[in-house]
Design a protein around this ligand. Structure first.
Ligand code: 13P
Ligand code: SF4
Length: 305
Protein backbone atom coordinates (compact mmCIF):
# COMPACT_ATOMS: atom_id res chain seq x y z
CA UNK A 1 0.00 0.00 0.00
CA UNK A 2 1.33 3.45 -0.88
CA UNK A 3 2.35 5.15 2.36
CA UNK A 4 1.59 8.57 0.82
CA UNK A 5 -1.93 7.55 -0.08
CA UNK A 6 -2.52 6.19 3.40
CA UNK A 7 -1.17 9.43 4.91
CA UNK A 8 -3.33 11.56 2.61
CA UNK A 9 -6.45 9.65 3.69
CA UNK A 10 -5.53 10.01 7.35
CA UNK A 11 -4.90 13.77 7.02
CA UNK A 12 -8.14 14.40 5.10
CA UNK A 13 -10.10 12.30 7.57
CA UNK A 14 -8.81 14.36 10.51
CA UNK A 15 -9.25 17.72 8.71
CA UNK A 16 -12.85 16.89 7.83
CA UNK A 17 -13.79 15.16 11.09
CA UNK A 18 -14.71 12.05 9.11
CA UNK A 19 -14.86 8.36 9.95
CA UNK A 20 -14.41 5.44 7.53
CA UNK A 21 -16.73 2.45 7.99
CA UNK A 22 -16.18 -0.73 5.98
CA UNK A 23 -18.03 -4.00 5.48
CA UNK A 24 -16.30 -7.34 6.06
CA UNK A 25 -16.30 -7.94 2.27
CA UNK A 26 -14.10 -4.93 1.50
CA UNK A 27 -10.66 -5.57 -0.03
CA UNK A 28 -7.94 -6.07 2.57
CA UNK A 29 -6.27 -2.68 1.94
CA UNK A 30 -9.60 -0.89 2.51
CA UNK A 31 -10.24 -2.82 5.73
CA UNK A 32 -6.72 -1.83 6.88
CA UNK A 33 -7.31 1.94 6.58
CA UNK A 34 -10.87 1.89 7.96
CA UNK A 35 -11.78 3.02 11.47
CA UNK A 36 -14.42 0.34 11.90
CA UNK A 37 -15.03 -2.91 10.01
CA UNK A 38 -18.10 -5.07 10.61
CA UNK A 39 -21.16 -6.91 9.38
CA UNK A 40 -24.33 -5.11 8.31
CA UNK A 41 -25.79 -4.92 11.81
CA UNK A 42 -22.54 -3.81 13.45
CA UNK A 43 -22.19 -1.08 10.81
CA UNK A 44 -25.77 0.05 11.37
CA UNK A 45 -25.24 0.21 15.15
CA UNK A 46 -21.97 2.11 14.64
CA UNK A 47 -23.70 4.57 12.28
CA UNK A 48 -26.27 5.26 15.01
CA UNK A 49 -23.52 6.29 17.45
CA UNK A 50 -21.60 8.92 15.48
CA UNK A 51 -22.93 12.21 16.89
CA UNK A 52 -19.38 13.63 17.04
CA UNK A 53 -18.56 13.09 13.32
CA UNK A 54 -19.45 15.36 10.37
CA UNK A 55 -18.76 12.93 7.53
CA UNK A 56 -19.21 9.16 7.28
CA UNK A 57 -17.32 7.47 4.44
CA UNK A 58 -19.13 4.21 3.80
CA UNK A 59 -17.13 1.46 2.11
CA UNK A 60 -19.88 -1.03 1.40
CA UNK A 61 -22.91 -1.16 -0.87
CA UNK A 62 -25.47 1.59 -1.22
CA UNK A 63 -28.19 0.17 1.04
CA UNK A 64 -25.69 0.27 3.92
CA UNK A 65 -24.90 3.94 3.21
CA UNK A 66 -28.63 4.67 2.88
CA UNK A 67 -29.28 3.16 6.32
CA UNK A 68 -26.52 5.40 7.70
CA UNK A 69 -28.27 8.37 6.02
CA UNK A 70 -31.67 7.39 7.48
CA UNK A 71 -30.04 7.45 10.93
CA UNK A 72 -28.03 10.62 10.25
CA UNK A 73 -29.91 12.84 7.75
CA UNK A 74 -27.87 15.88 8.84
CA UNK A 75 -24.47 14.34 8.17
CA UNK A 76 -22.68 13.85 4.88
CA UNK A 77 -22.67 10.16 3.93
CA UNK A 78 -20.02 9.58 1.29
CA UNK A 79 -19.63 6.41 -0.75
CA UNK A 80 -16.32 6.25 -2.68
CA UNK A 81 -18.00 4.69 -5.74
CA UNK A 82 -21.70 5.37 -6.26
CA UNK A 83 -22.01 2.32 -8.54
CA UNK A 84 -21.58 0.00 -5.54
CA UNK A 85 -25.08 -1.40 -5.22
CA UNK A 86 -26.50 -4.75 -4.13
CA UNK A 87 -28.32 -6.53 -6.98
CA UNK A 88 -30.43 -8.44 -4.45
CA UNK A 89 -31.94 -5.20 -3.13
CA UNK A 90 -33.35 -4.53 -6.62
CA UNK A 91 -35.22 -7.85 -6.60
CA UNK A 92 -37.95 -6.34 -4.42
CA UNK A 93 -39.73 -3.09 -5.28
CA UNK A 94 -41.63 -0.81 -2.94
CA UNK A 95 -44.73 -1.51 -5.01
CA UNK A 96 -44.44 -5.26 -4.37
CA UNK A 97 -44.24 -4.57 -0.62
CA UNK A 98 -47.29 -2.29 -0.73
CA UNK A 99 -49.32 -4.83 -2.75
CA UNK A 100 -48.34 -7.66 -0.38
CA UNK A 101 -49.50 -5.57 2.58
CA UNK A 102 -52.91 -5.15 0.94
CA UNK A 103 -53.14 -8.91 0.35
CA UNK A 104 -52.06 -9.75 3.95
CA UNK A 105 -53.46 -6.94 6.12
CA UNK A 106 -52.71 -8.79 9.38
CA UNK A 107 -49.06 -9.47 8.57
CA UNK A 108 -46.02 -7.50 9.72
CA UNK A 109 -43.36 -6.68 7.11
CA UNK A 110 -39.76 -7.63 7.92
CA UNK A 111 -37.32 -6.66 5.20
CA UNK A 112 -33.72 -7.73 4.93
CA UNK A 113 -31.61 -4.61 5.30
CA UNK A 114 -30.35 -5.42 1.76
CA UNK A 115 -33.39 -3.65 0.29
CA UNK A 116 -34.29 -0.42 -1.47
CA UNK A 117 -35.23 2.62 0.62
CA UNK A 118 -38.51 2.78 -1.30
CA UNK A 119 -39.35 -0.68 0.08
CA UNK A 120 -38.02 0.05 3.59
CA UNK A 121 -40.41 2.96 4.10
CA UNK A 122 -43.35 0.53 4.19
CA UNK A 123 -41.69 -2.05 6.45
CA UNK A 124 -42.60 -2.73 10.07
CA UNK A 125 -39.01 -3.67 10.78
CA UNK A 126 -35.73 -4.68 9.15
CA UNK A 127 -33.27 -7.44 9.86
CA UNK A 128 -29.79 -8.58 8.95
CA UNK A 129 -28.48 -12.12 8.74
CA UNK A 130 -27.27 -11.92 12.36
CA UNK A 131 -30.55 -10.84 13.99
CA UNK A 132 -33.34 -12.07 11.67
CA UNK A 133 -34.75 -14.65 14.10
CA UNK A 134 -34.58 -12.28 17.10
CA UNK A 135 -36.30 -9.47 15.18
CA UNK A 136 -39.06 -11.75 13.89
CA UNK A 137 -39.68 -13.24 17.33
CA UNK A 138 -39.97 -9.69 18.74
CA UNK A 139 -42.98 -8.92 16.51
CA UNK A 140 -46.54 -9.34 17.84
CA UNK A 141 -47.85 -10.60 14.50
CA UNK A 142 -47.77 -14.32 13.62
CA UNK A 143 -47.66 -13.72 9.87
CA UNK A 144 -44.52 -12.08 8.53
CA UNK A 145 -44.08 -10.81 4.98
CA UNK A 146 -40.40 -11.25 4.23
CA UNK A 147 -37.99 -10.23 1.45
CA UNK A 148 -35.96 -9.89 -0.64
CA UNK A 149 -33.69 -12.80 0.37
CA UNK A 150 -35.69 -16.02 0.18
CA UNK A 151 -32.75 -18.07 1.46
CA UNK A 152 -32.59 -16.02 4.66
CA UNK A 153 -36.40 -16.37 4.76
CA UNK A 154 -36.06 -20.17 4.55
CA UNK A 155 -33.37 -20.14 7.25
CA UNK A 156 -35.70 -18.26 9.64
CA UNK A 157 -38.76 -20.33 8.69
CA UNK A 158 -36.94 -23.48 9.87
CA UNK A 159 -36.42 -21.90 13.31
CA UNK A 160 -39.70 -20.11 14.07
CA UNK A 161 -43.34 -21.08 14.51
CA UNK A 162 -44.39 -17.86 12.75
CA UNK A 163 -45.59 -17.97 9.18
CA UNK A 164 -42.90 -16.49 6.92
CA UNK A 165 -44.41 -15.35 3.62
CA UNK A 166 -41.96 -14.48 0.82
CA UNK A 167 -43.02 -11.23 -0.87
CA UNK A 168 -41.33 -11.92 -4.21
CA UNK A 169 -40.83 -15.27 -5.96
CA UNK A 170 -37.18 -14.57 -6.67
CA UNK A 171 -34.77 -12.89 -4.28
CA UNK A 172 -31.21 -14.09 -3.85
CA UNK A 173 -27.56 -13.04 -3.73
CA UNK A 174 -25.72 -13.99 -6.94
CA UNK A 175 -22.46 -14.42 -4.99
CA UNK A 176 -23.84 -16.92 -2.45
CA UNK A 177 -25.86 -18.64 -5.20
CA UNK A 178 -22.57 -19.96 -6.62
CA UNK A 179 -22.10 -22.42 -3.74
CA UNK A 180 -23.50 -25.91 -4.27
CA UNK A 181 -23.94 -28.87 -1.90
CA UNK A 182 -21.37 -30.68 -4.08
CA UNK A 183 -18.79 -27.96 -3.30
CA UNK A 184 -19.29 -28.64 0.41
CA UNK A 185 -19.22 -32.44 0.04
CA UNK A 186 -16.03 -32.32 -2.02
CA UNK A 187 -14.20 -30.04 0.41
CA UNK A 188 -15.33 -32.18 3.32
CA UNK A 189 -13.96 -35.29 1.65
CA UNK A 190 -10.61 -33.52 1.13
CA UNK A 191 -10.57 -31.96 4.63
CA UNK A 192 -12.72 -34.14 6.93
CA UNK A 193 -11.66 -32.34 10.14
CA UNK A 194 -12.17 -28.72 9.03
CA UNK A 195 -15.40 -26.96 10.00
CA UNK A 196 -17.37 -25.59 7.06
CA UNK A 197 -19.42 -22.46 7.77
CA UNK A 198 -21.83 -20.81 5.36
CA UNK A 199 -23.82 -17.57 5.25
CA UNK A 200 -27.65 -17.78 5.40
CA UNK A 201 -27.76 -16.24 1.90
CA UNK A 202 -26.64 -19.66 0.61
CA UNK A 203 -29.29 -22.05 -0.72
CA UNK A 204 -30.93 -24.31 1.89
CA UNK A 205 -29.30 -27.36 0.23
CA UNK A 206 -25.91 -25.78 1.02
CA UNK A 207 -26.93 -24.69 4.54
CA UNK A 208 -27.94 -28.28 5.27
CA UNK A 209 -24.44 -29.58 4.39
CA UNK A 210 -22.53 -27.07 6.53
CA UNK A 211 -21.54 -27.27 10.20
CA UNK A 212 -22.75 -23.74 10.98
CA UNK A 213 -24.85 -21.08 9.26
CA UNK A 214 -23.68 -17.64 10.41
CA UNK A 215 -23.62 -13.98 9.43
CA UNK A 216 -20.20 -12.54 8.64
CA UNK A 217 -19.94 -11.12 12.17
CA UNK A 218 -21.08 -14.49 13.53
CA UNK A 219 -18.31 -16.22 11.56
CA UNK A 220 -15.69 -13.91 13.04
CA UNK A 221 -16.90 -14.49 16.63
CA UNK A 222 -17.20 -18.23 16.14
CA UNK A 223 -13.67 -18.54 14.72
CA UNK A 224 -12.18 -16.29 17.41
CA UNK A 225 -13.74 -18.40 20.19
CA UNK A 226 -13.30 -21.85 18.66
CA UNK A 227 -10.60 -24.28 19.76
CA UNK A 228 -10.21 -25.30 16.12
CA UNK A 229 -7.56 -23.62 13.98
CA UNK A 230 -8.80 -24.04 10.41
CA UNK A 231 -12.13 -23.21 8.77
CA UNK A 232 -13.69 -23.21 5.32
CA UNK A 233 -16.08 -20.33 4.61
CA UNK A 234 -18.94 -20.31 2.11
CA UNK A 235 -19.23 -16.56 1.75
CA UNK A 236 -17.59 -13.66 -0.08
CA UNK A 237 -13.82 -14.15 -0.42
CA UNK A 238 -12.68 -11.04 1.46
CA UNK A 239 -14.18 -12.42 4.66
CA UNK A 240 -10.88 -14.32 4.68
CA UNK A 241 -9.03 -10.96 4.79
CA UNK A 242 -11.05 -9.95 7.83
CA UNK A 243 -10.08 -13.17 9.64
CA UNK A 244 -6.41 -12.71 8.65
CA UNK A 245 -6.36 -9.14 9.97
CA UNK A 246 -8.38 -9.79 13.12
CA UNK A 247 -7.38 -13.32 14.20
CA UNK A 248 -3.86 -13.99 12.86
CA UNK A 249 -3.57 -17.32 14.75
CA UNK A 250 -6.43 -18.90 12.78
CA UNK A 251 -6.61 -19.98 9.15
CA UNK A 252 -9.73 -19.63 7.00
CA UNK A 253 -10.08 -20.75 3.38
CA UNK A 254 -12.79 -19.85 0.86
CA UNK A 255 -15.10 -22.64 -0.31
CA UNK A 256 -14.98 -20.99 -3.74
CA UNK A 257 -12.38 -18.48 -4.95
CA UNK A 258 -14.91 -17.00 -7.39
CA UNK A 259 -17.37 -15.91 -4.69
CA UNK A 260 -16.64 -12.24 -5.33
CA UNK A 261 -19.13 -9.40 -4.86
CA UNK A 262 -18.16 -7.01 -7.68
CA UNK A 263 -19.83 -4.00 -6.05
CA UNK A 264 -17.85 -4.44 -2.84
CA UNK A 265 -14.61 -4.27 -4.85
CA UNK A 266 -15.35 -0.89 -6.46
CA UNK A 267 -13.96 1.12 -3.54
CA UNK A 268 -10.23 1.71 -3.87
CA UNK A 269 -7.82 3.74 -1.74
CA UNK A 270 -7.61 6.35 -4.53
CA UNK A 271 -11.40 6.67 -4.63
CA UNK A 272 -11.56 6.91 -0.83
CA UNK A 273 -8.97 9.73 -0.90
CA UNK A 274 -10.82 11.55 -3.70
CA UNK A 275 -14.22 11.13 -2.08
CA UNK A 276 -12.89 12.63 1.15
CA UNK A 277 -11.25 15.49 -0.76
CA UNK A 278 -14.37 16.29 -2.81
CA UNK A 279 -16.90 15.25 -0.17
CA UNK A 280 -18.70 13.32 -2.89
CA UNK A 281 -20.34 11.16 -4.19
CA UNK A 282 -22.90 11.71 -1.47
CA UNK A 283 -25.73 9.32 -0.53
CA UNK A 284 -29.02 11.11 0.11
CA UNK A 285 -32.69 10.12 0.14
CA UNK A 286 -35.87 12.15 -0.25
CA UNK A 287 -36.77 13.57 3.18
CA UNK A 288 -40.13 11.76 3.40
CA UNK A 289 -38.58 8.38 2.47
CA UNK A 290 -35.81 8.79 5.07
CA UNK A 291 -38.32 9.83 7.75
CA UNK A 292 -40.71 6.95 7.02
CA UNK A 293 -37.90 4.36 6.91
CA UNK A 294 -36.43 5.47 10.26
CA UNK A 295 -39.22 3.70 12.16
CA UNK A 296 -38.23 0.28 10.73
CA UNK A 297 -34.50 0.89 11.28
CA UNK A 298 -35.13 1.87 14.91
CA UNK A 299 -37.40 -1.13 15.47
CA UNK A 300 -34.59 -3.42 14.29
CA UNK A 301 -31.98 -1.69 16.48
CA UNK A 302 -34.23 -1.95 19.56
CA UNK A 303 -35.09 -5.59 18.86
CA UNK A 304 -31.37 -6.45 18.48
CA UNK A 305 -30.39 -5.26 21.97
P1 13P B 1 -23.71 -9.65 6.83
O1 13P B 1 -24.81 -8.91 7.48
O2 13P B 1 -23.57 -11.04 7.34
O3 13P B 1 -22.45 -8.88 6.93
O4 13P B 1 -24.05 -9.83 5.29
C1 13P B 1 -24.22 -8.76 4.44
C2 13P B 1 -24.25 -9.16 3.05
O5 13P B 1 -24.48 -8.41 2.16
C3 13P B 1 -23.98 -10.55 2.79
O6 13P B 1 -23.96 -10.78 1.44
FE1 SF4 C 1 -25.54 -7.98 -2.14
FE2 SF4 C 1 -24.60 -10.46 -2.29
FE3 SF4 C 1 -22.94 -8.42 -2.58
FE4 SF4 C 1 -24.02 -9.00 -0.18
S1 SF4 C 1 -22.59 -10.23 -1.37
S2 SF4 C 1 -23.84 -6.98 -1.10
S3 SF4 C 1 -26.07 -9.67 -0.81
S4 SF4 C 1 -24.62 -8.95 -3.93
Amino acid sequence: MSKNLKNEIETLKNEKNAIILAHNYQPKEVQEISDFVGDSLELCIKASELEDKDIIVFCGVDFMGETAYILNPNKKIIIPDLEADCPMAHMLTGEQVRNAKKEHPNAAVCLYVNSLADAKQDATTLCTSSNALKVIESLDEDEILFGPDNNLGNYVRAKTSKKIIPIADEGYCYVHKKFTPEDVKLKRKENPDIEIICHPECDMSVQNECDYVLSTGGMLNHIANSEKEEFILATEVDMISRIELEIPGKKAYPLREDAVCDSMKLHTLEKIRDSLKNESPEITLPEDVAKKSLKAVQHMLNASK
